[in-house]
Write a protein that binds this ligand. Structure first.
Ligand SMILES: [Zn+2]
Length: 401
């Protein structure tokens, strides 16, 4: 390993002129074709929601082969490997997610057409996984000795009802209290996400005895109780900034026009990029559902009372990393070394979890060009994608100190 020399550099420009850093960036460019092949190879290992084990086992092998220390898989299936610095802190967590949105049995073979690759998950997030591997390899080939430590993770449960479960586990248990900064590489392009949109999702089921509409008239009615709840939800006032939203997305229940239903249900989604605004709308929702049931039962004098099972089916914490924070400023500066602009944006990604805890966190794209993520014909164009790898590499070096 080389000494600290260039890594005492204060600015991105100084880092870029450091011979060790230069060598690492050159390695990343040189190795890009190899890691495009790796991107294809790992993408062809299925990783459906809640079933990431096979791809995880492969990453355990890859992390070991790339020379990371203390390689292990935690309770949530996250694959963890450490690249020690001269000192344990700052400890930068650098991750990409293993899981896809596609169910078991999906054809995950990658089709090639020139620079364009098409397959479910090829960009989101096989691109991030490829960048992770390439960054580790480049640091190793150029013998970069960072002052701080980098903990690499291929994590689980980022998508959909996975609800960020892998990253939640890292911060709640596996690496609790050990992480100082966080970067996740998710998808394509060179964007920087510094605002994490949080969400609550509920499925509320209203129940009563039910009966004949004429013969049993006078009983509490689960659909009418739900109607009361929906009317209350519709009246919620929420701030436009930070953008906060609510939606009753699906409803169901009842068996016949002439029967008092024994059951009704609704699915509700609430979102905000602001933690307090999300908690406020969430509290209003819970109160509205309870009040609706109470009113329905009062209306019918407690005959055939209605009850509710208000089940939380999804939670993503909200948070943000200020645009003027050190990590965002560094990311913008580093990105400008590879692109004309470095736009900031919002999203719902693994960095929501550390953002919510007040730990400096961002999500970056892995370079190249992608189509929208999640369709079966998701595509990735690898033209100049090495710039994304180099950006991630330089950012890792800049933050691990
Ligand atoms: Zn993703």
């Amino acid at each position: 390993m080389l000494g600290l020399s260039g890594l005492n550099a204060q600015t991105t420009a100084q880092l870029l002129s450091d011979p060790t850093v230069k060598a690492a960036l050159e390695a990343a460019k040189r190795n890009e074709p190899h890691f495009i092949e790796e991107q294809i190879r790992v993408c062809e290992i299925p990783a459906p929601p809640f079933k990431e084990e096979v791809r995880a086992a492969e990453f355990e092998r890859i992390f070991k082969q790339l020379g990371l220390k203390d390689v292990r898989i935690d309770k949530s299936g996250n694959v963890i490997g450490v690249r020690p610095g001269l000192v344990p802190h700052p400890n930068l967590l650098f991750e990409a997610h293993l899981d896809t949105v596609f169910p078991e049995g999906t054809d995950v073979r990658v089709k090639r057409n020139g620079d364009t690759l098409t397959a479910p998950g090829i960009g989101d997030d096989c691109r991030g996984l490829a960048v992770l591997m390439s960054v580790i390899r480049a640091l190793d080939e150029a013998r970069v000795q960072t002052p701080g430590t980098i903990t690499f993770v291929a994590d689980t449960g980022e998508e959909g009802l996975g609800d960020l479960r892998g990253t939640k586990e890292l911060f709640q248990t596996t690496l609790r209290g050990q992480i100082d900064k966080f970067v996740s590489v998710d998808g394509t392009g060179l964007r920087i996400t510094n605002v994490g949109v949080g969400s609550y999702r509920y499925r509320a089921t209203f129940k009563g005895p039910g009966g004949h509409s004429f013969g049993a008239f006078g009983l509490g009615n689960p659909i009418q109780a739900m109607g009361r709840a929906i009317a209350k939800i519709d009246e919620f006032e929420v701030p436009a900034t930070p953008k906060t939203t609510f939606n009753v997305g699906r409803v169901g229940g009842g068996t016949s026009v002439n029967a008092i239903p024994f059951e009704s249900w609704m699915e509700v989604d609430m979102r905000s990029s602001d933690r307090d605004s999300l908690e406020t709308v969430h509290a209003k929702y819970r109160k509205a559902v309870e009040a609706a049931v109470e009113e329905e039962n009062k209306r019918w004098k407690g005959r055939g009372p209605v009850s509710v099972d208000n089940a939380l089916v999804g939670y993503r914490p909200a948070g943000s990393t200020p645009a003027d924070s050190a990590i965002v400023k560094t990311a913008v500066e580093v990105t400008r070394a590879f692109a004309d602009s470095a736009p900031l944006g919002e999203g719902s990604t693994d960095s929501n979890v550390p953002m919510n805890l007040g730990i400096p966190a961002i999500t970056i794209g892995g370079g190249g060009q992608g189509s929208a993520s999640h369709p079966l014909d998701e595509s990735f164009n690898s033209k100049d994608s090495y710039l994304g790898t180099q950006r991630a590499l330089l950012l890792a070096i800049a933050l691990a100190r």
